[in-house]
Design a protein around this ligand. Sequence first.
Ligand code: ATP
Length: 578
Amino acid sequence: MEFATFADRAATIDAEPADLEIVAHVRDLLADAGSDLEIVARFAQGRVFPAWDSTTLDIGPSACYEAIARAAGRNVSSDDVEERLAEMGEIGDVAASYEFGGQQGLGAFTGDDSSATGGDLTVREVADTLAELAAAEGSGSHDRKVDLLFGLFNRASSEEARYLARLVLSEMRIGVGEGTVRDAIAAAFDVPEDGVERALQVSNDYGRVARIARDEGLAGLEAMELDVGRPVQAMLAQAGTVTDALEEWGTAAVEWKYDGARIQLHHDPAGMDDGDGSTVETRVFSRNMEDVTDALPEVVEFAAETLDAPAILDGEVVAVDDDGSPLPFQEVLKRFRRKHDVAKAREDVSVRPVFFDCLHVGGEDLLAEPLTTRHDGLRSVLADSGTDGDAGDAVADEDIEGLSLLWTTDDPDEIESIDAGALEAGHEGIMLKDPGSTYSPGRRGKHWRKRKPDVETIDCVVTGAEWGEGRRATFLGTFELAVRTGDDFETVGKVATGITDEKLAELTDLLEPHIAAENGQEVDLEPEVVFEVGYEEIQSSPTYSSGYALRFPRFQGVRYDKDPEGADSLERLQRLQA
Ligand code: ATP
């Protein structure tokens, strides 16, 4: 397809306000794309590469302005392009405001005679040139990239330049989103939308799905599978409450919520392409599908030691101290995406992967399986590897390295104690998942819930605490909370903070002078310090002396401005519950 045709169709789509009409235009564009279908399906979305491919053109806007200026003629400078951009506000309009086409004799600049003819640029040439541009690296690569871009603009008409500039700067913005392309593929090649949707989820490649839909129909789409080595979009979570989750699902799968960075591990002992033409056994991707393998050697080592079959695992990488206890999220950021001095950074902060899902194992895709089946698959891939037969069955989940724990329960009290255990172990809290749900890449559906941030808070007096264990032995933690009843205080719960060592040290300094009695790890405190505490629910409960309990209490901060008399009363608690 000529790039001029693509630009013309893009302009029509750009001018169309109605979504349904846009789908119809994209449908026609795809139907007419012939052998360039894959490229056209990507370009329409403003993509040069498939979504799974994190290759970028790796050029800044200024290189693009430079190329436009050079192609626009001797009297045009990058400053001129930038001035027009400040006026017009959009690079496509700026590019279209110039005349290109080698009429200024600039074809000689590249030594390319064809540049003087204009109007013969094809989408394939644009795609090939941009791929070449992306691959240019090392010294002189900036000039090489600008030369290649110049070559394209120099052969473009003003209208072609509008969409070329937008494509290069990832600002296509003609109203064609992922849903539009999905619907257009279905309409153009007469295949069901859900068949296209599934194929897009497994391949993350709109171009390939369009081609297979056209050439092989639904059967071809159904045969598409995950590729070990090509990342898929991560399934995401909504905020939600325990009450709602149990009401909807009856039983919930409960997991710890690890405070790290999301990773997708791809491992194949037979090797896979690392994206640069070499073969590797393991690749690790971020939530945005960037390749972060080199930054996380511990994860690569873990895979090499643990996995002996092809697998795609979904999880979190967490920073840990020497005991293996989790460190705050900020620590993982010192490692994640790091490109230089990885070995040195590793000495300062080590990381460890924890996996909570399994998308593929041993040649079999598990996306359509229920969560609990996928977790069983995960369990066996992490436990059995390297052993013969069913050795993994005898191993307790807690002893399987890299496996996130999963409980299924319909009991809110059990969920509460899992939550408290998660905080005590230094994690962020819990995730609730629908045990029967399939894995939907890229979806922020109702099947995964992160416990909702608290809407209401209450000011409680701290009347007791416990000394921590291990690394936290010198810190007070798990604080007993109470509300006022006249001059007295009655307990309403305990809060395990899950907060940083720094914060625990601060709280210990604050509370230690008020210790009234000690009994083993437990201490009684004079009622002096007030905490602001969030919660999900207040319930009647015989566990605490007030007759009430805060469900899912969360430490929000110290109310330095309040003395115990200013803490909330039992009466307020009763009103809040009513
Ligand atoms: P979002 O964009 O979904 O709001 P976020 O980056 O702000 O995400 P959170 O809202 O805190 O993250 O929660 C979702 C993230 O929690 C997941 O993307 C994942 O990285 C992390 N996580 C930790 N433990 C789990 C678990 N057991 N199951 C799923 N996700 C988990």
